[in-house]
Design a protein around this ligand. Structure first.
Ligand SMILES: Cc1cc2nc3c(=O)[nH]c(=O)nc-3n(C[C@H](O)[C@H](O)[C@H](O)COP(=O)(O)OP(=O)(O)OC[C@H]3O[C@@H](n4cnc5c(N)ncnc54)[C@H](O)[C@@H]3O)c2cc1C
Ligand code: SF4
Length: 326
């Protein structure tokens, strides 16, 4: 690990100013992703600006929704009564991620910003366009069992690893960020980028912009998160589904769906949502909706299994949410 300076932010303006002024500075929150990258040589910052003790650790009710501070720990968020009651999909997604010890340190802001688990990205001896633009992609011709099947490019096929962000995308969450020039809100579904020809850019955040909160509108009490992984716990998603569905008289009134483990970002399944809205609930409708979404899938040889896996997981989530409803 190379030497670096450390500074504890005293307030939001201090944190934003310190990182904005220094191109070699980064924010540090729980450290569960960043510190690994310092040790592996994936990241080599000059200055760490610690934002974990800023007063951004509150979950509070808004007139129509809930605001989650960027420094709220994943375990506190999963256990919060407002989240458990109003957004079960989010509590389930958080509890499906990492381990208890990691969740006690990991924060909302850091979880959104965590980087891909592509093994070549983490191994600095191998070519990787995300780590070093122009170097090439080792995953395409190599090990790509975990890779993306939707929205890939010839430059990168990595997936975004967060469970929490998938749930927040289905909930129409809005990321609040503070930069040197002021504040802005970015829908979670637009926060992460597809790789295109700039896979080194994971998100639309500008250098120095600090995530201060995520706003979750309304209530989604009929919602679920399903995650398929190699082991029952402590493993990243092969495929996951976050679904929010409202049914009235046997007809789907509203459906909001996001998929995890299939793309460079939480994948909002708008084709499936369109196919579901106004349809009478039933197995064939669910299958048709999943097929509509996955028609654009372009898997590699080693991860083609994710296409039927995503279809079946989505159908199972819809069945679970609508079972017995008329
Ligand atoms: C063994 C292991 C298993 C895991 N399994 C899962 C899993 O199954 N599912 C899952 O979702 N996650 C999993 N994780 C990832 C874990 O959830 C993340 O490491 C964690 O959420 C990152 O949060 P942090 O606060 O520690 O971020 P840090 O490591 O401190 O920071 C991560 C990145 O976010 C940036 N950042 C932090 N806060 C802000 C902010 N407020 N504004 C702007 N940028 C910011 C930092 O600069 C850095 O680039 C796992 C991690 C490990 C080590
Ligand atoms: S998939 Fe992306 S992160 Fe993985 S090796 Fe290729 S460029 Fe790097």
């Amino acid at each position: 690990m190379n030497p670096f300076d450390y500074e504890q932010a005293t307030d939001v303006a201090h944190a934003v100013g310190a990182v904005t002024r220094n191109p070699g500075a980064v924010f540090l929150a729980g450290g569960t992703n960043l510190v690994d990258h310092l040790k592996l040589g994936v990241s080599d910052p000059e200055l760490l600006v610690d934002v974990s003790r800023l007063p951004l650790d509150e979950v509070r009710e808004l007139p129509d929704g809930v605001r989650v501070g960027a420094a709220v720990r994943n375990s506190d968020l999963a256990a919060h009564p407002l989240i458990r009651r109003r957004f079960p999909v989010l509590a389930q997604a958080l509890l499906a991620g990492a381990s208890g010890q990691l969740r006690n340190l990991a924060t909302t802001g850091g979880n959104l910003m965590q980087r891909t688990r592509c093994p070549y990205f983490q191994d600095v001896t191998t070519p990787c366009n995300k780590r070093r633009p122009g170097a090439g992609c080792s995953a395409i011709g190599g090990h790509h069992r975990d890779a993306a099947i939707l929205g890939t490019s010839q430059h990168c096929v990595a997936t975004h690893p967060s469970d929490m962000a998938v749930a927040m995308a289905a909930l129409d969450g809005v990321v609040r960020v503070q930069g040197d020039g002021g504040e802005r809100g970015i829908p979670v579904a637009e926060f992460h980028r597809l790789p295109g020809d700039e896979p080194q850019r994971d998100t639309v955040l500008r250098h120095g912009e600090l995530i201060t909160a995520v706003d979750l509108p309304g209530t989604a009490s009929r919602s679920v998160y399903r995650k398929v992984r190699e082991r029952a716990s402590y493993a990243f998603a092969l495929v996951s589904v976050a679904a929010v569905v409202e049914v009235e008289d046997g007809v789907v009134r509203e459906a909001r769906i996001a998929l995890g483990g299939v793309a460079h970002k939480p994948w909002r399944a708008t084709q499936a949502e369109d196919a579901l809205r106004g349809a009478v609930v039933g197995e064939q409708v669910f299958r048709d909706a999943a097929e509509a979404e996955l028609a654009a899938a372009a898997p590699l040889a080693g991860n083609a299994f994710k296409v039927p896996m995503a279809r079946n997981t989505l159908v199972a989530a819809l069945r679970q949410l609508t079972g017995g409803q008329r």
